[in-house]
Design a protein around this ligand. Sequence first.
Ligand SMILES: *Cc1c(COP(=O)(O)O)cnc(C)c1O
Length: 365
Amino acid sequence: MPEVKFVDLGRQYLGLRDEILAAFDKVSRTGTYVLGEEVEQFEAAFAAYCGVRHAISMGNGSDALFLPLLSLGIGPGDEVITAPNSFVASAWVIARTGARIVFADVGDDMNLAPEAVARAITPRTKAILVVHLTGRIARMEELARLAAAHRIPIIEDAAQAVGARRHGARAGSFGHCAGFSLHPLKNLHVHGDGGICVTNDDSLATHLRQYRNHGLANRNDCLFWGINTRLDTIQAAIALLKLPRLDSWNARHRAIAAHYRAELAGVVQVPTEESFEEPIYHRFMVRCDQRDALRDHLQRLGVATAINYPVPLHLQPAARDLGYGPGAFPVAEKLARTILSLPIFPELRDEEVEQVVAGVKSFIP
Ligand SMILES: *Cc1c(COP(=O)(O)O)cnc(C)c1O
């Protein structure tokens, strides 16, 4: 049996090779390698895609969360609530502002449970960073009501959720602003690091545009001390040619997910989906009490898997000072012990999907 890779970025590249090489050639000839016209074009196209007014590209997805926190004035003495079962960037962007990370447990959808967030709110809470894990949008109606009642902005960590919908609205259109990642492992990716922030807030958009570019209003006028985190023109050109394909790629993710769900329900716990949801399955995570044995079994059959993520954020060495211990967030901790991500990417072939299905079905706990 051939190996089934967890992801194979080369396949997407080969399908777009002529266009990507042409884009590289075009950008290289103009010589505008930073903040070139493709950057503006991609930002406009991305904002329209998400159904928001502004999109501001950045050097990576983490900065697309970090800069909005800074722009909103969050810093020492403040608290920001987020989920403990996420990539580490969901936490450090808060800590690096000087604010305190406050975790709240998640629900069966693996996203922040509004009840838990309600209990975590204090007078110092200045924002809620809502992660849409695996490309499934969190329970935004309840979270938005809670945030509005306390006059706290929501920042969506939509790094994994580009194109996902809930009641028809795209990820990124629910919060005050949202950050997306264009990292190679994300559904819409460039050939390196990249990120983009979206918002309907005009003044926040202007501030972010300056912030990512040294705090410059123009070539010579520095309004405040910013940083340098911009999307390269060549990366914007690649993102621009990929964006029109994103919906069909996400549809392929959803078709693979539907097949996995139909075939594997009862063998392992599969993610559910409500009629009003359209997750994009950045990851397809099953749950299994004998997760490590299942993973070994699949490995022997040549099926690569991943665990996203094995250590909850509150139990990371970096979180020591926050004072959380084991048992603080039982749902997130149980997920960390039982989740397994199966291969899923648009170019995954039907026979490979069947090989994954057969592998999981042949597991005897
Ligand atoms: C990937 C990711 C990020 C960070 O994005 P980068 O582009 O790698 O900086 C943040 N949050 C989540 C949930 C992610 O998956």
